[in-house]
Design a protein around this ligand. Structure first.
Ligand SMILES: [Zn+2]
Length: 266
């Protein structure tokens, strides 16, 4: 019942704030009512984004825990915004998107399937720690793909189209500008196939990646939401605060957290 009472208060608040375009005289009357002065405009704004952008089953947890949500949101907002940029088929990165400082993965004591790969620096540091910790438990994580620039994605996408046709290609490969790999904050592990799912490495990542700030971008069952097939091997760095935020309020679905943050910032 708490959920509904809070929802009622928020909807009432939305109604009251939406009356902002009233005349000066009306405003004076409104301001004299204590309930109006007590409206938390930040909570109202958050609630309106939540209600319009997130699925029903995700809303109650946020609306019912607004104070802790706001505190956790503030931690996420203190991180650099580039860690939360949406890059997908409806939010394209430009050809000259700047991923920040890139570092080479060569000679860093982690397994790679080819030379010459790079990652954004903060992401790399988190990845290194995650891989080192997993190795202490006898696991073998190998980086198979990392930063990919726009031009590389042009070549890759066109190659797949020539091989599989556009329709099939669009289910698993991003058009130029739509790949998260262009952000420099994404890693593909091991086989880059869903044979990875169920391996001890994949199970460890599912359990622990968030502690290092990584999250699975394209989970199983959310193909229509993300626009991509399930990819059990593709992890994006969203900072520790972001990964915790995602787990706590967005059913651990990265896409919904990014959608929320995108609306909140804009
Ligand atoms: Zn990937």
């Amino acid at each position: 019942m708490k959920l509904y009472s809070n929802l009622t208060i928020l909807l009432l608040a939305v109604f009251l704030v939406s009356g902002a375009s009233c005349t000066a005289k009306e405003k004076k009357v409104q301001q004299s009512v204590p309930a109006v002065e007590a409206v938390d405009e930040e909570a109202v704004r958050i609630a309106s984004i939540v209600v319009s952008r997130l699925p029903d089953n995700m809303q109650g947890n946020i609306l019912d825990n607004m104070d802790s949500f706001k505190a956790d949101l503030a931690r996420v907002m203190a991180e650099e915004s580039r860690f939360f940029i949406i890059a997908d088929k409806s939010h394209l990165l430009t050809e000259d998107y700047n991923p920040g400082e890139l570092v080479s993965l060569d000679g860093k004591g982690i397994k790679v399937n080819k030379k010459g790969m790079k990652l954004e620096k903060v992401t790399f540091e988190a990845l290194k720690k995650m891989i080192d910790d997993s190795a202490k438990e006898g696991l073998s994580l190998m980086v198979s793909s990392a930063y990919r620039d726009y031009r590389y994605q042009v070549g890759l996408y066109n190659y797949y189209i020539s091989k599989y046709g556009k329709e099939k290609t669009d289910t698993f490969s991003a058009p130029p500008g739509a790949s998260q790999h262009q952000l420099g904050t994404v890693v593909d592990f091991n086989d880059v196939e869903n044979t990875f799912a169920g391996t001890k490495e994949e199970r460890w990542l599912t359990e622990n990646a968030w502690k290092y700030g990584f999250s699975l971008s394209f989970p199983k069952g959310y193909e229509d939401v993300t626009g991509y097939d399930w990819e059990s091997w593709h992890f994006r760095y969203v900072t520790k605060a972001g990964a915790e935020f995602q787990k706590k309020y967005f059913d651990n679905i990265q896409h919904y957290m990014l959608l929320f943050l995108d609306s909140y910032r804009n």
